[in-house]
Design a protein around this ligand. Structure first.
Ligand code: PGA
Length: 254
């Protein structure tokens, strides 16, 4: 059985290193006893230096919310793979819908995923439709997002790929407005089917599929139990160490 995965996406929060440290240390303590779950926190990169002093000897790994597709040079505002690796942050969320909304194309996301994997990262590729309708256009949309990246990937690279399905309409809402687990189950099977079509079953099975979008303490268990996913990508609830630790504990027990 694959190890379960829970990733915290702090987005552009919190505002000070002191607060970042408080949340980080609270989370490290809160998940210390949990078994069978790989926990990664992706803070704003500006806090990596501070937080990398706090996770030595703990099970919490550091990651980044984005990573550029070049090694160095004139790319104002970008983070190079080597910069993240200097703080042992080896997991990169890529193609998050909030970055795609700022203009990241399928092609750019594909380049980032390939480059990150070549540099030794685990790439967490985010996909998800903006809206749903009765015609099922969301399936076509997710297929397009996946195939744009898969086209440039080799089978061996799949060992370092994670897919995070995050329907945009379900991000940043309350637990009650989050996705229904039966709809998640349908989509996770569909994503697995696309992986199998392109890479074969044995390779496809290596790729964990996560769910993200309004994951809270009270709906986390249902997503993992009934949604057919291997873990969760958590936004706002990850800024509350108690709630995030509860989510990780729940995933471990499910
Ligand atoms: P949310 O964010 O948990 O606040 O909905 C999830 C995400 O965007 O990764």
């Amino acid at each position: 059985m694959k190890q379960k995965i829970v990733i915290a996406n702090w987005k552009m929060n919190p505002m000070t290193p002191k607060e970042a440290k408080r949340i980080f240390i609270g989370t490290v303590k809160g998940v210390a006893h949990v078994k069978g779950v790989r926990v990664t926190i992706c803070p704003p990169t500006i806090f990596l230096s501070e937080l990398s002093k706090e996770n030595k000897g703990t099970k919490v790994r550091l990651g980044v919310q984005d990573l550029y597709s070049e090694d160095a040079g004139a790319y104002t505002g970008q983070t190079a793979p080597a910069m993240a690796l200097a703080y042992k942050a080896k997991i990169a969320i890529l193609g998050h819908s909030e970055r795609r909304a700022l203009g990241e194309s399928h092609g750019m996301v594909g380049n980032k995923v390939r480059h990150a994997i070549h540099k030794g990262f685990t790439a967490v590729l985010c996909v998800g439709e903006r809206e749903r309708n009765d015609e099922g256009a969301h399936f076509t949309y997710v297929r397009e997002e996946l195939e744009a990246v898969f086209a440039g990937l080799k089978r061996v690279e799949l060992a370092n790929l994670v897919i995070a399905y995050e329907p945009v309409w379900a991000i940043g809402k309350s637990a009650a407005e989050a996705m229904q687990t039966r709809d998640l189950y349908e989509m996770s099977l569909y994503i697995r089917k696309i992986l199998i079509e392109r890479f074969g079953r044995a390779n496809a099975d290596l790729v964990p599929i996560l769910y993200g979008g309004s994951v809270k303490g009270d709906n986390a268990a249902a997503f993992v139990r009934d949604g057919g996913v291997d873990g969760l990508l958590v936004g706002s609830a990850s800024l509350d160490p108690k709630q995030f630790s509860n989510i990780v504990t729940t995933v471990s027990n499910t």
